[in-house]
Design a protein around this ligand. Structure first.
Ligand SMILES: [Zn+2]
Ligand SMILES: [Zn+2]
Length: 207
């Protein structure tokens, strides 16, 4: 039986892509990452909503006028719109490809859970790498527009996958990931999965 490599963007970091899951074109880690990146979009949308006022971060600003006395950041408004547009474009494509009626969902709060329900199927499609890349970009741009990096916590322990001390947790998210930006392997776990992993490693070592 031949195994194929995960086509997820930046999968495995410097170590190169991991094996794809059986029946999927991407690995379990990239699937978790996609779920995380979809699931976080309603939070991103709200987070950006709190950073509409200039001064909350760098970026082009629109000055107030007599008609619009409240200055707002147009880059933040644009990205809020982009989050909605990107999610809806994937809903449209998936509904079309699966022969489903286009769902009556409009807000990001509604669209995100709809997309999450179709993640398993989407991981079998050749465009899954594009979907991963676009969702990843939505999250990264949002974090850049409204600085979230200060809330990134670096964990002490080494990565259970690649052994590098590159584990981070972004506050407000339930995932721990191995940071590719510092040479990590891009592995990603929920808190529970991470705990189970570390516990089983400690048990093996003490045997
Ligand atoms: Zn992968
Ligand atoms: Zn790692």
């Amino acid at each position: 039986m031949t195994t194929s490599l995960c086509i997820g963007p930046r999968c495995g970091g410097q170590e190169g892509p991991r094996e794809a899951d059986t029946g999927r074109l991407i690995c379990a880690g990239c699937t978790s990452r996609l779920r995380r990146d979809i699931g976080i979009t309603p939070t991103l949308q709200r987070w950006l909503g709190h950073h509409l006022a200039p001064g909350a971060g760098a970026g082009p600003k629109v000055s107030g006028s007599r008609d619009a006395p409240v200055p707002v950041r147009i880059d933040v408004i644009d990205h809020q719109a982009r989050i909605g547009d990107v999610l809806k474009s994937w809903v449209w494509l998936i509904a079309e490809h699966r022969g489903l009626t286009y769902p009556a969902v409009t807000t990001v709060d509604e669209v995100a859970p709809w997309l999450e329900r179709h993640v398993d199927w989407a991981t079998t499609r050749p465009w899954i790498d594009d979907m991963c890349a676009e969702l990843d970009e939505l999250r990264r741009v949002a974090h850049r527009l409204a600085p979230w990096r200060v809330h990134v916590v670096e964990l002490d322990g080494p990565c259970p996958s690649c052994d590098l001390r590159a584990l981070i947790r972004t506050s407000g998210e339930t995932y721990i990931e191995c940071d590719v930006r510092v040479g990590g392997c891009s592995a990603l776990w929920t808190d529970d999965e991470y705990l189970a992993k570390v516990t089983s490693m400690v048990e093996v070592e003490s045997q």
